[in-house]
Design a protein around this ligand. Structure first.
Ligand SMILES: Nc1ncnc2c1ncn2[C@@H]1O[C@H](COP(=O)(O)OP(=O)(O)OP(=O)(O)O)[C@@H](O)[C@H]1O
Ligand SMILES: [Mg+2]
Length: 271
């Protein structure tokens, strides 16, 4: 009999890949994150939602080593870690695609995927090898890109997002944080990007999907966590909550999502 596949277990029976407990972040007097708890499981898409300034991007920065919490613990695969820099995040297998994508318009797809990590032999750039790997990464994530030699400036918003995701996949991360990957995309481009994100999950990755679009969240996420004023204001399996319940937790009409089972984290709203 083959050994059981741990990723086929229902989510509650698996150990989290990533755990945050009691994370506080201050910018001067302003508290951007307030005692944030979060669990991210293998092979899941965790949607992180909330109003503008709720703390979503700050949380992404904490996980990327760009923002140091003043309190709390971070655990990756059961071991407590400090994410002191983007290099440390990379070493821990955490990759982030930020809202601005940071692509170089004047470079082609391959140039962007390898930007700052170009491959050389005896000082000569291994362009053909890089193109082959770029093609492989794009195929792996199911991205629809006409050519790895296409200048990025000629691509659609959805294709640019796919290039940024392929770039993040270059280091073979286990945890991928996507900050509003479908913002400002057309319906067709959004569908393409959502397919790519689902492909990342199929590849066994754990994904934090930051979004304002609850249709996108309900289309692909396994669980949803709501941030409000820097605090977790509810967490629930997507299949167990209504659209209205998520909106209510985002806007603070209710003090928590009526989620069921593990992952439901009732919290009192602060203002
Ligand atoms: N570098 C910084 N210095 C000072 N305050 C900051 C800094 N970065 C974020 N903040 C503040 O922290 C809070 C959370 O910001 P964050 O960018 O995480 O919001 P968000 O949930 O990502 O919002 P949006 O949906 O608009 O992207 C905001 O009040 C913001 O002004
Ligand atoms: Mg943001």
């Amino acid at each position: 009999m083959p050994p059981p596949d741990p990723t086929s277990e229902p989510l509650p029976l698996r150990s989290p890949t990533l755990t945050l407990r009691g994370i506080d972040v201050f910018f001067g007097e302003k508290q951007a994150l307030d005692s944030v708890d979060l669990d991210l499981y293998p092979r899941e898409i965790l949607a992180l939602v909330g109003e503008n300034a709720a703390g979503k991007s700050v949380l992404a920065k904490v996980l990327t080593g760009l923002c140091r919490p003043s309190a709390g613990t971070i655990t990756v695969d059961g071991a407590q870690v400090t994410i002191g820099s983007p290099t440390a995040a990379h070493r821990l297998g955490i990759a982030t695609v930020f809202q601005d994508l940071a692509l170089a318009d004047n470079l082609d797809v391959t140039g962007n995927i390898f930007f700052g990590r170009e491959l050389h032999t005896s000082g000569v750039m291994r362009r053909g090898h890089m193109e082959a790997i770029a093609r492989e990464k794009l195929t792996e994530i199911g991205a629809k890109i006409p050519s790895v030699r296409a200048p990025v400036v000629t691509l659609s918003g959805g294709q640019r997002q796919s290039v940024a995701i392929a770039r993040a996949m270059l280091g073979d991360p286990r945890i991928i944080i996507l900050d509003e990957p479908t913002a400002a995309l057309s319906a067709t481009q959004t569908a393409e990007v959502l397919d790519v994100i689902e492909r990342l999950r199929d590849l066994g990755r754990s994904i934090v999907f930051i979004s304002h679009d609850l249709d996108d969240v309900r289309a692909i996420a396994d669980r949803v966590v709501v941030l409000r004023h820097g605090r977790v204001n509810g967490s629930a399996p997507v299949s167990g909550v209504t659209y209205e319940a998520i909106v209510a937790a985002i806007t603070g009409i209710t003090d928590a999502l009526p989620g069921t089972g593990r992952g439901a984290v009732p919290r009192v709203v602060n203002g």
